[in-house]
Write a protein of this length. Structure first.
Length: 318
């Protein structure tokens, strides 16, 4: 009788393994036995095998073998800010105690999607009270300059504001027209997550509106202010944040600000608290409706029970 129970148990285990292999093949079950999301959140492609009735394994020939992929594969080039923010949250929940994971999270999340911008303005119009673009600098995630040009305003310059802008009459000799600069810059900013300090002023100078969910304003970041020991509602300058958090002196001297330096500093500040910042954004997003099949929190074992596996489905699947 004990031998009979052993055979019955063996057959049940065999059915369990066959069904598990089918779920893994369809991408609904990871090799560790948890329901997957077909690559949209974890970014890990399950490299599964089909289990034969005799217990041996054979390679899955339904698709070409793929090299082992990193988590970055889960985000397509058109990934939305929402999916990026949620991805940050997933990374953090998977290993917030791992400093290596935190430090490399952005590299995993395609740093090409991130740029930082800073603009310098001059005064035009009556008494020079209008602010118009005179220089624009854009840097990439690593802080390398990808755009830096002097721009000729549409109206005559009344006040160069050199003490703050660093702009002089000499700079305007080879400056490009505003419309040409605007077209070049907006092409760079398209589909990017744009970092800056009091960035609404830069967008106003560009006569442009960037989507709010793709904008990271270091002057409005509670994470940065808390880390610097400053009140969350305080108006804080880029210079003060750089001094408190980066131990870096910027905007010194009498020659005005450098838009390159300011853009690089904004990106440094963003990277300093990036994971925490994106995690808070992810929590502020509307919750997704749960799915009984793709929800990773669901108990996967129930889907291996006999009631979920009609005989004809088993025959067609294996």
């Amino acid at each position: 009788s004990s031998q009979g129970r052993s055979k019955k148990k063996s057959r049940k285990h065999q059915r369990f393994m066959e069904r598990r292999a089918v779920l893994e093949q369809k991408g609904l079950l990871s090799p560790h036995g948890h329901l997957g999301t077909q690559g949209t959140e974890s970014g890990l492609e399950a490299r599964t095998t089909l289990t034969k009735t005799n217990g041996t394994t054979a390679p899955n020939c339904d698709e070409d073998p793929k090299p082992k992929q990193t988590v970055s594969a889960s985000l397509s080039p058109s990934a939305s800010p929402e999916s990026i923010a949620r991805h940050h949250s997933v990374l953090l929940s998977q290993g917030s105690s791992s400093s290596k994971r935190v430090q490399t999270s952005s590299l995993v999340l395609r740093p090409g999607k991130y740029v930082a911008i800073d603009c310098e303005m001059v005064g035009t119009g009556p008494q020079g009270r209008l602010s118009e673009l005179a220089r624009c600098s854009v840097v990439n995630y690593q802080g390398d300059v990808i755009y830096d040009k002097y721009v000729r305003p549409e109206l005559p310059i009344v006040d160069y504001r050199t003490r703050w802008s660093g702009i002089t009459k000499q700079h305007m000799k080879n400056a490009i027209p505003f419309k040409a600069a605007q077209a070049e810059i907006l092409k760079i900013l398209k589909d990017k997550i744009v970092v800056g300090h009091a960035i609404h002023n830069d967008f106003q100078a560009l006569k442009y509106f960037h989507p709010k969910d793709r904008t990271r304003d270091t002057s409005q970041s509670p994470v940065l202010k808390k880390r610097a020991g400053l009140p969350v509602r305080a108006n804080v300058s880029l210079k003060n944040l750089a001094m408190h958090l980066l131990r870096k002196k910027i905007q010194v001297g009498c020659k005005g600000h450098s838009s390159v330096e300011d853009a690089q500093t904004a990106m440094e500040l963003y990277r300093l608290v990036e994971v925490q910042w994106e995690k808070e954004l992810a929590h502020s997003l509307p919750p997704r409706p749960p799915s009984p099949v793709t929800d990773p929190a669901a108990d996967s074992s129930q889907y291996l029970d006999d009631q979920y596996w009609p005989t004809d489905l088993m025959a067609s699947s294996l």
